[in-house]
Design a protein around this ligand. Structure first.
Ligand code: UFG
Length: 338
């Protein structure tokens, strides 16, 4: 019989791709999501239970109903810029929310968890390719909340025998290669979907947040990783904890290749064959200049082998989804007024 896995935030971008990978690997994903940023139509590989992670009683009910072997906890708030403006939202959803999930696990005896974390825990790195052992000095509230919940997990693992893995995502990009699901945020703040909006004529231009960073062209550098590869890492982490892993390790998930904002703009122009207008804007508070990882630990210990490492492929999948999504919605191209 296939193992059931409860996926909090499973109706979101990374969560829905994770459910698809779990299903492919023979797990049965049950989604727990309150649909504030997720979409019911992204839940295709198992049931949807609507609920808030802050509602510990509801979580306990759902756990009792499905008796999952493990939880993959992705629900939370994930915008760096917003976290600077509304830190209380981030401490509530990420820190209090994760505590609620851990309390529900403790009350029901669920012992296995994979946690969604972020490269934002590192802050401004002192090495070009960040290793997991790099000190954590986050420069925005989002990163601080992720660092706190990783520590919470360690303490719960030690005290209550919970088996845990934290996955530190770098920049998720692309979409399901079969085009079934993809990136969809409201409001959209991420670089690639915004660029595709400009290419599709739905936005007039992209604001580039600063061109005076210490990089080759002055724009910020990030490590983009295909969302299906990220999703697959959750399956690998799940296999590891269900087959005996007992500590609470953290793994970087990225491709080890840095691209500046301007390089992404040029690559998106090649893939979409459209000219993308850009405008220089002030720096966005909380943005580190460069975040690129060494993910060799995930590759060796989780046997994680990313399949879609090419930036062009990530952009092609994202573009395919972007076009499909708008045609499904029946929305024609139009530039909103400035
Ligand atoms: N950027 C622009 N203009 C935009 C949007 C983004 O110049 O309109 C720049 C940002 O300043 C940044 C880069 O493009 O340098 C990527 O920005 P995103 O908003 O796409 O992604 P972030 O790097 O800010 O954030 C993402 C995830 C977080 C994660 C973080 C770690 O959303 O969850 O990566 O860097 F923590």
């Amino acid at each position: 019989m296939s193992e059931t896995v409860l996926v909090t935030g499973g109706a979101g971008y990374i969560g829905s791709h994770t459910c698809k990978e779990l299903n492919k690997a023979g797990y049965f994903p049950v989604v727990y999501d309150h649909l504030s940023t997720g979409y019911a139509e992204f839940v295709k590989w198992g049931p949807l239970e609507i609920g808030d992670i802050l509602d510990t009683e509801r979580l306990i009910q759902v756990i009792i109903k499905y008796t999952p072997a493990a939880i993959i906890h992705l629900a939370g708030s994930a915008y760096v810029g917003e976290s600077v403006i509304h830190p209380s939202l981030y401490y509530r959803n990420n820190v209090q929310g994760t505590l609620s999930v851990l309390q529900a696990m403790k009350s029901t005896g669920i012992r296995n968890i994979v946690l969604s974390s972020s490269c934002a825990v590192y802050g401004i790195p002192s090495e070009p390719f960040i290793k997991e052992s790099h000190p954590q000095v986050p420069v925005n509230p989002y990163g601080r909340t992720k660092s706190i919940i990783e520590h919470m997990l360690h303490d719960f693992a030690y005290a209550y025998g919970i088996k845990a893995v934290s996955l530190r995502y770098f920049n998720a990009a692309g979409a399901d290669p079969d085009g079934e699901i993809g990136e969809q945020h409201d409001p959209e703040t991420h670089l690639i979907p915004l660029l595709l909006d400009v290419a599709a004529g739905r936005r007039s231009h992209l604001d580039i947040y600063g061109d005076d960073y210490p990089s080759e062209d002055g724009t910020c550098v990030r490590d983009y990783v295909h969302v299906s590869d990220l999703a697959n890492a959750h399956v690998k982490a799940m296999d590891k904890i269900l087959n005996g892993g007992s500590y609470a390790p953290c793994y970087n998930l990225g491709n080890g290749q840095g691209y500046s904002v301007l390089q992404i703009v040029r690559a998106a122009e090649r893939v979409t064959r459209k000219k993308i207008a850009v405008r220089l804007a002030p720096r966005r508070i909380g943005d580190p200049p460069r975040l690129v990882c060494d993910s060799s630990l995930a590759q060796s210990e989780l046997e994680w082998i990313p399949q879609y490492c090419s930036l062009e492929v990530m952009l092609e999948h994202a573009w395919k989804w972007h076009q499909k999504r708008y045609s499904l919605l029946g929305i024609s191209a139009q530039v909103p007024p400035e």
